[in-house]
Design a protein around this ligand. Sequence first.
Ligand SMILES: O=C1C[C@@](O)(C(=O)O)C[C@@H](O)[C@@H]1O
Length: 294
Amino acid sequence: MTLRELLKLPASLDDKPIIAVPLTLGPTDKLTPFARALQEKNPDIVEWRADYIADEFSQVMVWQQVKAGAQAELSQKNVSAMTEAKKLAEMDRAQEEFNANWPIMNSQIIKELAGSVFNTIGSFPIILTYRTKAQGGQGELSPIEYTTFMVSALHSGYHFAAVDVEYTLASELRDKIIAAAHETNTPVILSYHDFNETRAVDQFITDMSRTGADIIKLAVMPKTVADVQLLLDATQEASVQQPLITISMGLIGQQSRVVGYRYGSEMTFATLDNQQTSAPGQLTIDELLQAWQK
Ligand SMILES: O=C1C[C@@](O)(C(=O)O)C[C@@H](O)[C@@H]1O
């Protein structure tokens, strides 16, 4: 099955790869200008990089806000030391209650976050991605929190076209996300990033194919042009069942984003403008289309 078929995207008339645009907006950014630009550029799919926003709503962050609110109130009231001590003890109890209620609040928050994305750009298919810091993203949730986030988002009632799961996640957690994805008919993109080098790429592809993933994505950093070719050749020669997305990152690897599809990489990531890159070397959609015209 091709990646387009798997993601239920319309066939390409000119055999070009799927163009994915990353959505990298944080909590204080506005979604509407992005949505407008998206309509104009009309990519095939949007990748919601939830790591740019989700940490603001983690257990620690939400409690900090609640606590800061209560403390501000207390300091305004000019209360006696005794009352203050009583209030602080109440706060400790409130924290226990908060922690006990957190799973329910968390899934509600995740549903609202997903809702804000689907309500503005839901006419496009959406990939759910949470990229951890260790894999080049913004996300600092613990592996368990990351897993909870993904599982809750998959069960939020909003249907994602695919979900990205990091290969480096412990396999028992990875399998939980994969199970939630398959329960909700969501294809799984297993992804791995190496920001330092291009190493053992064929081995990675083979190893990654031996999981429950439906799609394999490998993004690596080249040091030379030969490294870029190495990745392209490994993509072409791979004999795994899953569709592949391979990327040679950075400036040296940029060409792989243009020609990768000829070697069997079925998706390329491009931005609406050059301020919204989610990885080094990404081109804008306009640059990509221009390069294809040459
Ligand atoms: O995995 C990928 C590929 C990517 O890292 C790139 O190099 O274009 C961009 C990420 O947003 C996406 O999740």
